[in-house]
Design a protein around this ligand. Structure first.
Ligand SMILES: [Zn+2]
Ligand SMILES: [Zn+2]
Length: 331
């Protein structure tokens, strides 16, 4: 019989379709792997093509030019210039589309993906995220800052060159506000951070843990909404991403890279998104919320039932996902 599991962090119900469950290896890409060149003359993110993107806002230089480059998105979703203004016409509400939309070019090498970088290179990406997160959060027009990566077409990118993005929006979404409120209610009722509690229970049980490092643990949630989705959770309680120290940033790089390398090797470079789920900077230090990184491999599509009901069907077992990934050898 299938089992419905409740995700206490997202408050979603998930049907774990055990009868339709695929084996972990069935999710591996079957298509032929393309050979990706290290340099593409027409790529706007490749070295030498800096003029194809707006002037950089952050750069990590090296002997040959740069290691990381951040620039405003040429096709930004929001306008950097202008004032935030709300208008109300009855039930029609609008806010001017101002905000910050940047592209973080993660490496000069067109062919690399996070799994193929080394820990120091990923650490520099995390430091770039931190710098840009603080920068965008300081803008009085910005209410919410989202850092995310789209890898592969199924994850929503057509640009092959390894990059991630940051968007600072002039409003806070219900998606984030509901999580803040629900974790606050849990704290008031039980006197604990729900995320700390979940992490501790998962560490004690062990069956859904994927990678443990000094300051972080990656795991497949008990009620994972989709196959192989994972959380990378800090061991120390922190509400906001900007609270991490340098040692933790280095360890996050280690954990994230290893976790992504297991996906890369185990499932043959699947398309994925990852996103930093954090409280806004102004909520720094609160006891009820806990930031983490969400990794969502795009192995299945949302269909009518998911869209219509708000419920998910996961055709894999979280415990099997985790066991499979634990068994994938990475350095
Ligand atoms: Zn490129
Ligand atoms: Zn916590």
């Amino acid at each position: 019989m299938p089992e419905l599991r409740h995700n206490v962090l997202t408050r979603d119900w998930v049907i774990i379709a055990t009868e339709r469950a695929k084996r972990p290896e069935d999710f591996a890409k079957k298509k032929e792997r393309k050979i990706i060149p290290a340099y593409v003359a027409t790529c706007p993110f490749c070295p030498g093509n800096e003029k194809m993107t707006p002037p950089e806002t952050y750069v990590v230089p090296d002997a040959k030019g740069w290691r990381i480059r951040v620039s405003p998105n040429k096709f930004a979703a929001l306008s950097y210039l202008g004032e935030r203004q709300r208008t109300f016409h009855g039930t029609r509400r609008t806010v001017t589309g101002v905000g910050i939309h940047e592209v973080i070019i993660e490496t000069p090498d067109h062919s690399k993906t996070t799994a193929l970088l080394d820990d120091r290179e990923v650490e520099a990406i995390i430091q770039a995220y931190l710098n840009r997160f603080k920068y965008a959060s300081a803008d009085p027009r910005v209410e919410q800052v989202t850092i995310f990566k789209n890898h592969g077409e199924a994850a929503g990118t057509s640009l092959e060159h390894p990059h991630s993005q940051m968007i600072g929006t002039p409003v806070i979404t219900a998606h984030l506000r509901d999580r803040l409120i629900n974790s606050l209610k849990h704290f008031d009722e039980f006197g604990e951070c729900i995320y700390c509690r979940v992490r501790d229970l998962e560490l004690a049980e062990g069956t859904r843990v994927v990678v443990e490092t000094e300051h972080f643990v990656s795991l497949v949630p008990y009620a994972a909404l989709t196959p192989f989705s994972m959380l990378v959770v800090p061991r120390r309680h922190m509400a906001c991403f900007a609270e991490i120290n340098d040692a933790e940033a280095a360890d996050l790089a280690r954990n994230l890279r290893r976790t992504l390398a297991k996906l890369y090797r185990g499932l043959d470079d699947p398309d994925f998104n990852y996103v930093v789920r954090t409280a806004p900077l102004e909520n720094t230090g609160v006891k009820y919320y806990h930031w983490y990184v969400s990794i969502i491999p795009r192995l299945t599509k949302m269909a009518g039932f998911e869209l219509g009901s708000g419920m998910f069907i996961n055709v894999s077992l979280p415990e099997e996902n985790a066991k499979f990934l634990r068994g994938v050898q990475v350095d």
